[in-house]
Design a protein around this ligand. Structure first.
Ligand SMILES: Nc1ncnc2c1ncn2[C@@H]1O[C@H](COP(=O)(O)OP(=O)(O)OP(=O)(O)O)[C@@H](O)[C@H]1O
Ligand SMILES: [Mg+2]
Length: 337
């Protein structure tokens, strides 16, 4: 019997926040824990995942799969030095690859679903294109990566809001003409109108079609994204969790889990410069250890609901920070710029 893989998409509204770095190293770490892992470069307009894995850019990938109509996606998997890790390259050469049409996306999704593995990690591009939103929706608990900077946090909120709108539109479908018109009107509302939250949209749909409203509500509570905070300098920065959670509930009408904290670390830039993977070449660095902690958490609890993730992440980050400080015997100022 073939394995049913756990899909873990990795998104985040903003570019350059560390999605590819995190995805590549999480994949390496899960593979090290003896899980059959496939890591996929789905940033089709700007594929660069190979460099975070320490691989060259010479292999055919998703672009070539899509061009060859009868190809099998599995044949494009690239073996790595670890028997438990395979890499599926994206496409950095073909123009407009980021905008693959729906039929191609569906073919790709159906082939992805047939790949036997324990985990299939998807490195997504930045922004909120329909394809990125749809690949994110492959799992109810995808990762969103953000730094602590305001624009990055705002972009994640906006990404999740777009994701919910996209999901709502799918449920509404083409035949619910009146609801579609209402949605179009809501999108056009001026800034001075009522705040357009996912809750507001749900209410408007429910007023026109209670059954559909109920369906929309159910599906919106189904998704529960998991946050990775990257480039953190001190556990204190996690003070933003409370206001962030409030904004998520009020603006996006979504609940989230706060899953990982990765420290800012010069070893990251060094590993990128040398084209070697962080978790293998800079094993003891704080960033590497942060990713390994997330991998351990994924392997232990991924499929289970998490009750109080804000508290758990804060406690764990403080403990980790202290253990690094103890190890470095006072040289803790290296966490700060
Ligand atoms: N924890 C960290 N400490 C120090 N530097 C980091 C850290 N994480 C990421 N960086 C820096 O940020 C750069 C961008 O990371 P990465 O390419 O993974 O971002 P991305 O979100 O995938 O970007 P894009 O949206 O363009 O695909 C890295 O090359 C590295 O220099
Ligand atoms: Mg990237």
């Amino acid at each position: 019997m073939t394995k049913t893989a756990t899909f873990i998409p990795v998104a985040g509204g903003k570019g350059g926040v560390g999605k590819s770095l995190f995805t590549a190293n999480l994949a390496l770490a899960l593979a090290e824990l003896h899980h059959d892992t496939v890591v996929v470069d789905l940033d089709l307009g700007g594929s660069n995942l190979h460099s975070f894995l320490g691989l060259s850019n010479q292999f055919p990938g998703i672009g070539d799969f899509l061009k060859a109509r009868t190809a099998e996606l599995e044949n494009f998997l690239v073996p790595t030095e670890m028997p438990t890790l395979k890499f599926l390259p994206g496409d950095g050469r073909t123009p407009f690859m980021a905008n693959i049409p729906t039929a191609q996306k569906l073919r790709l999704l159906s082939h992805l679903n047939r790949i036997p593995a324990d985990y299939i990690l998807l490195d997504l591009g930045s922004g909120s294109s329909f394809n990125t939103l749809d690949f994110f929706g492959i799992s109810k608990t995808g990762f969103v990566v953000t730094t602590f900077e305001h624009p990055s946090l705002m972009n994640v909120l906006s990404f999740l809001k777009n994701f919910l709108y996209r999901t709502i539109e799918r449920i509404v479908g083409r035949e619910n003409h009146q609801v579609r018109i209402t949605l179009q009107e809501i999108y056009k509302q001026p800034m001075t109108g009522p705040p357009v939250t996912a809750q507001y949209i749900q209410d408007q749909i429910a007023a026109l079609n209670p059954e559909l409203g109920e369906q929309v509500k159910k599906i919106c509570s189904y998704y529960r994204p998991r946050f990775i905070f990257n480039r953190g300098e001190h556990p204190d920065t996690l003070r933003i969790l409370q206001p962030l959670d409030k904004s998520l509930r009020e603006i996006v009408s979504l609940q989230a889990d706060y899953f990982g904290f990765i420290f800012e670390d010069p070893a990251v830039r060094e590993s990128v410069r040398r084209g070697v993977p962080l978790v293998t070449a800079y094993r003891d660095s704080v960033a590497s250890q942060s990713v390994l902690r997330v991998a351990d958490r994924v392997a232990r609890i991924w499929g289970r609901p998490i009750e109080n993730s804000a508290e758990l992440l804060t406690t764990d980050t403080i403990r980790f920070h202290k253990s690094v400080a103890d190890r470095q015997q006072g040289s803790i100022t290296s966490f700060r710029r």
